[in-house]
Ligand binder design. Structure first.
Ligand code: HEC
Length: 295
């Protein structure tokens, strides 16, 4: 018999099974297995060549065998192999039992309800799909049990470690600002607003009008540690209040990084300078300062 399946299908399906098993087995261990890697490409080329050779040999054997048969047998076999690969493949999938078909289809008598059931054969594509799922599950099961593949805890750990590394690199490449270097930046106000709402609004209210902590939108200040309003805000967020530990040292403790404190400070400075003030404000606390920068 000539092979029923075209080499295109044979090659591509065998390759996908090989690549799939390679992928599942090697993925977690070995970064070498990437489709683009030269060794992988070489490997695929070699497999394709081998499959083509195999296909060629099969055809040769078929022709040699036919030569040795009698005319009658030759005719039958050639008739059976008529048509191109696609037609043969189609026949293979849907009419596999052509010879057996001549035999009567098995009948199952239910007996009690008088219905007779025809017990047809399952089409071959179905059977093959079934075997394929078994192969798939075996590869998957072995790699799942013995390797890191698809193990959610290990995947999580790898992803987590990767993220930590990225954060470290990011922090290394973005130097943090400090009280000395920092100044008001208009473009940071929006980012600062988000950070303020996350970190500060519980005590200072979303709009900065004050709650447990003082009103940040008026001109009264309990803490005056710098000569400049912006620096004063930055300094308090960094060092906390020396008078009241409720206002903790966000910067010094490392809770908020310098660049974020710059954003928050820019936002606090902005809402303090803004002409429009919140409707409800906490009553003034501390000393009134209208003009900063007095030496
Ligand atoms: C746990 C409550 C709490 C949180 C959270 C908090 N603060 Fe405060 N904050 C206070 C209190 C209380 C004071 C008053 C300190 C004092 O009396 O010296 C204060 C004072 C301040 C002052 C100085 C006000 C002045 O009149 O001296 C600034 C500026 C300030 N906070 C900004 C912030 C910013 C920005 C954040 C967020 C990063 C923040 N605070 C988070 C409670 C808090």
């Amino acid at each position: 018999m000539k092979s029923k399946i075209s080499s295109f299908i044979m090659i591509s399906s065998s390759l996908s099974i090989i690549i799939f098993s390679f992928y599942t087995f090697l993925k977690s261990y070995n970064k070498m297995f990437y489709i683009k890697h030269p060794i992988t490409i070489l490997f695929i080329i070699i497999i394709i060549l081998l499959l083509i050779i195999l296909e060629f040999i099969n055809n040769l054997i078929f022709e040699k065998k036919i030569e040795s048969l009698s005319e009658k047998e030759k005719k039958i076999i050639l008739e059976r192999n008529e048509g191109n690969y696609f037609y043969l493949f189609y026949k293979f999938l849907f009419h596999y039992n052509e010879n057996k078909k001549i035999k009567k289809v098995k009948k199952i008598d239910h007996g009690f309800d008088g219905i007779i059931e025809l017990d047809n054969n399952i089409p071959i594509w179905w059977t093959h799909l079934f075997f394929l799922t078994i192969i798939f599950s075996m590869i998957y099961l072995i790699s799942y049990l013995t390797l890191d593949f698809s193990n959610p805890y290990k995947e999580y750990k790898i992803a987590y470690e990767k993220q930590l590394k990225e954060i470290k690199i990011f922090e290394k490449n973005t130097p943090q600002t400090s009280l000395k270097k920092s100044f008001f930046k208009k473009n940071l106000i929006n980012d600062g607003k988000i950070l303020f709402e996350e970190n500060c609004s519980t005590c200072h209210q979303k709009d900065g009008s004050g709650n447990i902590g003082p009103n940040l939108t008026d001109d009264y200040w309990i803490n005056i540690v710098e000569k400049d309003l912006y620096k004063n805000i930055f300094s308090i967020i960094w060092n906390g209040s020396k008078k009241n530990p409720t206002m903790r040292a966000f910067g010094e403790s490392g809770e908020i990084k310098g660049n974020d404190i710059e954003k928050i400070s820019s936002y606090v400075y902005f809402i303090n300078k803004k002409k429009i003030k919140p409707n409800k404000q906490k009553s003034p606390q501390g000393k009134k300062i209208l003009i900063w920068n007095i030496k």
